[in-house]
Structures are given as structure tokens and as C-alpha cells.
Design a binder for this molecule. Structure first.
Ligand code: GLA
Length: 397
């Protein structure tokens, strides 16, 4: 598990002191993420290129001996508690049920760990974070990985980032009831400072790709959130699965652009466009990792622009707000490219720009967007950080 510098952990540490008295045994942190390219490819066994960001979920905690987890949610100003044996006995809700509320992520992670054979101990702690919720920056995966990290610390569990990411995904799929792919949990667990991660979502083999010098990543939050994202997401998943079944392959990852072009006549227009997005996005993502590694930010920006067009026109998961903010970013001097990021239908866009131009891009793109749409956006110039990790409380004071 990586050791990380603390500063945003100050909030949870202070809250711990006030709520529970004394110092926590440990403080853990798991980051949110922004995906640079490779959207809606993870559940097609394809490639993604996200980075962990300097916004995270933090937990300050202390071991207890009563087999309970007792938490204070600092941001939501709520208390929560559950018994590990009750979670293990009850098991996950019936398939198709969606469990609401932040505590469910903790329970789901506890269940997934116990179901995988880990012996868990109880703890009490404070939770806080600065990953905006429902914005497409993976606040849920961050909470799952921070929880896993908390259990790993108090129970002295071996920390295997890939295994923990898979358990986080299992918690989300089976307990929370959201049918996500593996990208978010993998990058929250396996991120590396100053690098993006080219991840093969079939083999889960990752390659850390250094970000080009003098290049910054800017997240632009449209401040729009659309309901029914889950049903639209599931619909896209099943459309992709139908095409791969038609081609007799395991996943769309196994089809090339050339094959799709040759057999295009077998598909209706909608199926063709959905498949074309996934297949071309996989190709762009592999190419993006190469061009990033050579420091060619301009070419990377072109691939991001092409990704947005494909998500907008072929996969149809963009929104008017996302299209506008992407356009506003591209009009700024020094912008290499911009696209929507995450599941879509609202939430955030990501832009790549010369570092010297990043602050001005954030200012001008948000000002233009506000003028056109009337929404109040947020912009974050962010850096790539390490994945989930801990620091002993002694180092935090
Ligand atoms: C959400 C899911 C991910 C991935 C993206 C789209 O963030 O949680 O698994 O499918 O959407 O790329």
C-alpha cells in the first residue's frame, strides 16, 4: 500500500478528535478519477486511460473490539453504524434492488471482503471527501476503496490493489445495485502520481503512462446531473452485448474497425453506431497511450476531440451542457482538446491544455458556459496522484 502525503486529511483527523476523542490509529485516502479517454469501453473488455486525481475520500479510524463499524459522515453530517455479522448474515439485497445512501457503500464493501474470505474487525471513524458527488469523478469508487483500505488497516489484511478494486466493484454491482465496469475502482486503487493508467479491462494488466511535461488536465463540471443515468447506462451495455453476440465474440473488444466495416450491412443503424463508438474508442485509447508517452499533447488532444464526437453522435451519451462546455474549452488559447468524461448525460468534461494556459482556460470556459447556459460550473486544474493508501497517525500531527 502506498504511503502518501497528508493535508486534506486534516478535516477527518480534526473531526475524529472532536467526535471520538484522541487520535485515530490511521488515516486512509482513496482518490476519485478523471478518464482521459476510453469511455464506455471497460464493460466491453476494452481499454481505458484514466488518472487518479487530487480529490479523494478520507477516513480517520480506530479499531474497536465489538465487531461494529461506527462512522460519522463529516460532509453529510450524519452518523451511521452497522454490525459486521449482521451484514454477513443478511448478504446483498435481491438483484435489481438499488441501495441508497452513503453507508451502503461501506456495508457493501464489508460484505464483499467477508464474502471473499477476509476476517474483518470493527472500527470507528470519520469520513470526508472533496470528490463532487454524481459528477462522473467516481466518488463511489473512492468511498469503496477508502473503506477497503480502512478494513485492511485494522484487520491487517494483505493489500493487493487489483483484488481490492475487484471487491469494490463487486460491492457496487451486488450491494449498491449499480452495474458499473471496473475502470473506476481500478484507477482509485492503482493510480500513480504524474501518470495516467492504460488499463486492459479484460486482463486487468495496467501500464502507467507519464503525463507530458508542461501539460495540465482541467476538469470542467457542467453542474448538470441527469436522472435515469443507470437505466441509460444499462441500455448501452445491452446494446453492446447484442452486437457482440451477433458477431459470435465474447465482447466488442474482439472486433476491429475493418471487420465492422465489412459486416456493417448486417446491423441496423443504431447497433452499428453503438459498436462503432466502442471499437474506434478502443483504437483511439491504445493510440493515446502511445502519443502521451512520447509527450505529444497536441495529438492526444485530437484523439480526445474525436472521442467526444463519437460519444455524442454514435453512442449518444453526451448532453447539450457537455457539448457547450467542451466547445467553450476548445475555444480557449492553449487547449489541446476536450471531451466529456465518465458515463455522460451530464457531469464533467475534461480538457488538456498547456500548463501556462490552464488557469485562463478554466476561467474563460466557465465564464462562457455560464453565459450560454445559465448554469454555474466548476473548474479544477488537477494533478495525477497515487491510488488508495494510508499514513500512520503519528505522521499526521
Ligand atoms: C461509469 C462506470 C465505469 C465506466 C464509465 C464509462 O463511470 O462506473 O465503469 O463504464 O461510466 O466509461
Amino acid at each position: 500500500m502506498s504511503r502518501i502525503a497528508m493535508d486534506s486529511g486534516a478535516t477527518v483527523r480534526q473531526a475524529f478528535l472532536e467526535r471520538f476523542g484522541g487520535l485515530p490509529d490511521v488515516v486512509v485516502r482513496a482518490p476519485g478519477r478523471v478518464n482521459l479517454i476510453g469511455e464506455h469501453t471497460d464493460y466491453n473488455d476494452g481499454f481505458v486511460l484514466p488518472m487518479a486525481i487530487d480529490r479523494a475520500v478520507w477516513i480517520a479510524l480506530r479499531a474497536t473490539s465489538d465487531g461494529h463499524v461506527r462512522v460519522h459522515g463529516v460532509d453529510v453530517e450524519e452518523e451511521g453504524e452497522f454490525s459486521l455479522s449482521a451484514v454477513s448474515d443478511a448478504g446483498p439485497p435481491a438483484p435489481g434492488t438499488v441501495s441508497q445512501g452513503w453507508l451502503e457503500y461501506l456495508k457493501g464493501t464489508a460484505w464483499a471482503l467477508m464474502d471473499a474470505g477476509h476476517e474483518l474487525s470493527g472500527w470507528e471513524g470519520t469520513v470526508a471527501g472533496d470528490v463532487p458527488m454524481a459528477a462522473g469523478l467516481s466518488s463511489s469508487a473512492a468511498l469503496e476503496l477508502a473503506t477497503a483500505c480502512a478494513f485492511a488497516q485494522v484487520g491487517d489484511l494483505p493489500w493487493d490493489p487489483v483484488a481490492m478494486a475487484l471487491l469494490g466493484q463487486r460491492a457496487e454491482n451486488r450491494w449498491v445495485g449499480v452495474n458499473c465496469g471496473i475502470m473506476d475502482q481500478m484507477i482509485s486503487a492503482c493510480g500513480r502520481a504524474d501518470h495516467a493508467l492504460l488499463l486492459d479491462c479484460r486482463t486487468l494488466v495496467g501500464q502507467h503512462v507519464p503525463l507530458p511535461q508542461d501539460t495540465s488536465v482541467i476538469i470542467l463540471d457542467t453542474n448538470t446531473r441527469r436522472g435515469l443515468v443507470d437505466s441509460a447506462y444499462n441500455e448501452r451495455r445491452s446494446q453492446c452485448e447484442s452486437v457482440s453476440a451477433h458477431f459470435g465474440v465474447e465482447a466488442l473488444r474482439d472486433v476491429t474497425s475493418a471487420e465492422l466495416a465489412r459486416r456493417a450491412g448486417e446491423l441496423d443503424d443504431l447497433a452499428l453506431r453503438r459498436a462503432r463508438h466502442v471499437i474506434t474508442e478502443n483504437e483511439r485509447t491504445v493510440e493515446a497511450a502511445d502519443v502521451l508517452a512520447t509527450g505529444n499533447a497536441r495529438h492526444m488532444g485530437e484523439l480526445m476531440n474525436a472521442s467526444h464526437t463519437s460519444l455524442r453522435d454514435d453512442f449518444e451519451v453526451s448532453s447539450e451542457a457537455l457539448d457547450v462546455i467542451v466547445e467553450c474549452a476548445r475555444q480557449s488559447a492553449g487547449c489541446h482538446g476536450a471531451r466529456m468524461t465518465g458515463a455522460g448525460f451530464g457531469g464533467c468534461a475534461v480538457a488538456l491544455a498547456e500548463t501556462a494556459a490552464a488557469a485562463e482556460l478554466a476561467r474563460s470556459a466557465t465564464a462562457k458556459y455560464r453565459k450560454v447556459t445559465g448554469h454555474t460550473p466548476q473548474a479544477y486544474v488537477c494533478t495525477a496522484t497515487d491510488g488508495a493508501g494510508s499514513a500512520p497517525s503519528g505522521r499526521l500531527t
